[in-house]
Design a protein around this ligand. Structure first.
Ligand SMILES: Nc1ncnc2c1ncn2[C@@H]1O[C@H](COP(=O)(O)OP(=O)(O)OP(=O)(O)O)[C@@H](O)[C@H]1O
Ligand SMILES: [Mg+2]
Length: 290
């Protein structure tokens, strides 16, 4: 069995890539292929090549494409779609998952509850929308991570100031209802038809965003059957076999806020003591054999 981890270069690899390689090496041959080193060739047919070898030689390709690498990753995964190489998602997934608004659009189309959300490029429309909202409200950048780019606004005046700034920075404006909750974000990691691990992130005192990068604390948490079903539905909605689904439980039930096709494993492995990397590799193995 031959696996390629497609994404970062070896010298910038973080915890998760290292862990996946470490677990995979116990079972199969693994090669780390930096996206920047892939050659795409259009001739009578299409090929994606690394060090003179076609990527179609691999039994499975596990992309690690974060939002910074989405632009370079998209055409490569698109070629792999045509080449019919086994991998967890299609090129379209990259566009959807790295855009919080398109993610919510897919979820709603698939009957999954999400917070009421608006998108506009016009500050006047944004101000009109704000006029009809209760506060706090959330303003988000379309593609952020680690809580950076998520702003909880307590007043209309504060929100308008940020909207002016977003406009100046030529950002679209995503306005999302704030789900009243205890400052907890619930994450399930999906591989195939299963949730292989889950945990909860609890926000630092005085902070409403539960991200670990913002001081949040990860604790083991078993999902309810309903939450598990939601996670699987979300993964299908974005056409990804492997992903993390983030939910918030508010008074109106569970609402999904985002999905991550490049989930970090450090926080969840530490909080749960589950070898999540191994479970992902187990899934990859079963896909190769399928
Ligand atoms: N609609 C909402 N209502 C209440 N809290 C929210 C809402 N959206 C986001 N949050 C809080 O803000 C945090 C960050 O939001 P979100 O997950 O969208 O951003 P992120 O920067 O992409 O995070 P990640 O690093 O998980 O990708 C969430 O973990 C949650 O605690
Ligand atoms: Mg998040």
């Amino acid at each position: 069995m031959k696996l390629a981890i497609l994404g970062p270069s070896e010298n910038v690899s973080a915890y998760t890539t290292k862990r996946l390689i470490e677990e995979a090496r116990k079972e199969m041959k693994v090669k780390q292929i930096p996206l920047v080193d892939v050659e795409l060739k259009i001739d009578k047919s299409l090929d994606a090549i690394h060090e003179k070898e076609s990527l179609s030689e691999y039994d499975y390709i596990l992309p690690r494409i974060d939002s910074k690498r989405a632009e370079i990753g998209y055409p490569v995964v698109r070629f792999l779609d045509h080449m019919e190489v086994k991998k967890p998602y299609v090129a379209e997934t990259i566009l959807i998952a790295h855009n919080k608004f398109l993610t919510l659009e897919q979820f709603v189309k698939n009957g999954i509850s999400v917070p009421e959300t608006y998108l506009t490029a016009s500050k006047n429309i944004a101000k009109d929308i704000l006029g009809k909202q209760k506060f706090p409200i959330i303003l988000k950048l379309l593609s952020g991570f680690g809580g950076q780019g998520v702003m909880v606004m307590d007043t209309k005046e504060a929100a308008e100031t940020v909207i002016e700034a977003m406009k100046t920075l030529q950002q679209k404006i995503l306005i999302e209802k704030f789900i009243v909750n205890p400052g907890e974000d619930i994450r399930g990691i999906v591989a195939g038809d299963e949730v292989i691990a889950s945990f909860k992130r609890i926000a630092l005192n005085g902070e409403r965003r539960a991200n670990i990068k913002l001081g949040g604390r990860g604790v083991a948490f078993k999902l309810s059957d309903e939450m598990e079903d939601i996670c699987i539905k979300c993964a299908r909605a974005i056409k990804s076999e492997i992903c993390a689904v983030d939910m918030i439980e508010g008074k109106d039930g569970i609402q999904v806020i985002e999905v991550n096709i490049n989930p970090g494993l450090q926080g969840i492995e530490k909080a749960t003591n589950i070898n999540v990397a191994q479970r992902i590799i187990d899934f990859v193995k079963s896909e190769i054999k399928r």
